[in-house]
Design a protein around this ligand. Structure first.
Ligand SMILES: *Cc1c(COP(=O)(O)O)cnc(C)c1O
Length: 394
């Protein structure tokens, strides 16, 4: 009876709902499912953060609307964290904006800068809100293929002139979900020069900056000279502190970009629960041990999975960061078929690459968010599927 808006209809299909449904049906049937699909840490939030929330929640002052663009104390904490981690100086009053999780800010940002018909330059495959946020704002995503042959970096030289003219935003996400790829400062310099030349805003999604291996330290885009003239960076406590359900993150960088996003948000939400903001301060100022421990545990899982897959004859590159492994699948099948096959024959959930965009076809994504024993079990099950040579053919 009620027709949904064109806007809603023009969103790309959300494959993850389908996978969720298949998973629920399989679980309800009593099958022992190994879920390598979701990018959600399996460990609890560290105790000292939970304790900070508990204490704060007892203070009635935290029970009221949290206005003021995030608590000044939280913004100062973020300032200190950026300075320690990246040697980047940020003004806590004008260059930092706390968010109800970074997804919220990423999805709302285009409302501040996209007019009907403008383009966003969106990497493909990608985290879905880059496309969704652009479409909600009336814009059009122009896809930048992330190809293995180019280290899963977009090739800026291939963007046609007429698109550059109508593009307002470019999204970057390194360390990258879903490919696990990383970017170096040379690439960031190239992007900043491109953005200045074409008057395009750069959006950097840095959700995985702390999940890296073998001592590798991912850079912030804001470390590059001139970045603050054209860029905004999104960060999240979700992956670093196992706080996905808490909903807290932030945007920082160019003050015009940050304040425009603040203006959009002041018309949509009324701030982050103050007790969660105080817990966020505890997280950012807390000890580093939990994070280093988490890194080495993910690294062990990564190494176990890679060794297992290689023993099956699969070619896989170990990621230097993120908790994802991006795997090429046999040519004779496609990613949805292959993922369905793994669920059907091996009770394993993986994410089909095409769920992140058309250039993700030919790959699956495995998340390292289950214990090592389960990863070993998954490899044993995969071996059986491979021996049976039952890949669905096209
Ligand atoms: C998990 C993730 C986020 C973080 O989202 P929150 O809303 O802060 O939980 C942001 N970007 C990417 C690419 C992610 O994978």
């Amino acid at each position: 009876m009620f027709k949904v808006s064109k806007r809603l209809n023009s969103l790309p299909p959300y494959l993850f709902l389908e996978i969720d449904k298949a998973k629920r049906i399989a679980r309800a049937a009593g099958r022992d499912i190994i879920d390598l699909g979701i990018g959600d840490p399996d460990w609890p939030t560290p105790k000292y953060i939970i304790e900070a929330l508990y204490q704060a929640a007892h203070d009635p002052a935290t029970h009221r609307y949290a206005l003021d663009q995030g608590m000044p104390a939280l913004r100062r904490s973020i300032q200190g964290w950026y300075q320690r981690r990246f040697a980047v100086e940020l003004n806590p009053d004008s260059e930092i904006l706390p968010l109800i999780g970074s997804k919220e800010g990423i999805a709302h940002f285009p409302l501040a800068f996209i007019n009907e018909g403008d383009y966003s330059l969106v990497p493909d495959p990608c985290y879905p809100p880059y496309k969704g946020g652009t479409i909600f704002a009336g814009g059009r995503p122009y896809l930048l293929p992330l190809l293995e042959s180019n280290g899963f970096l977009p090739d800026l030289a291939k963007i046609p002139l007429h698109i550059r003219k109508k593009a307002r935003l470019i999204y970057l996400n390194y360390p990258n979900n879903p490919t696990g790829a990383t970017a170096e400062k040379d690439f960031y310099r190239e992007v900043i020069a491109f953005a200045k030349k074409n008057k395009i805003i750069v959006i950097s999604d840095l959700a995985y900056s702390e999940l890296s291996y073998e001592g590798y330290q991912p850079a912030s885009l804001l470390e590059v000279e001139g970045a603050k003239d054209v860029a905004i960076e999104f960060h999240s406590l979700s992956k670093t502190y196992n706080m996905t359900g808490w909903r807290i993150g932030w945007a920082c960088g160019n003050h015009n970009l940050v304040s425009a996003l603040g203006k959009v948000k002041s018309n949509i939400d009324s701030g982050i629960f103050s007790a969660i903001q105080l817990a966020g301060i505890a997280a950012l100022e807390g000890p580093d041990e939990d994070i280093s421990k988490m890194r080495s545990l993910y690294q062990q899982r990564r190494d176990t999975l890679i060794a297992g897959l290689r023993s099956l004859g699969w070619q896989v590159t170990p990621p230097r960061a993120t908790f994802y492994v991006w795997i090429k699948i046999p040519k004779k099948t496609d990613s949805v078929r292959f993922s369905s096959l793994l669920l059907e024959k091996a009770d394993i959930i993986v994410t089909p690459g095409v769920g992140f965009g058309k250039y993700g076809e030919g790959y699956i994504r495995i998340a390292l968010t289950v214990g090592e024993e389960r990863i070993k079990e998954a490899v044993r099950r995969l071996e059986k599927v491979i021996e049976a040579k039952t890949y669905g053919t096209k």
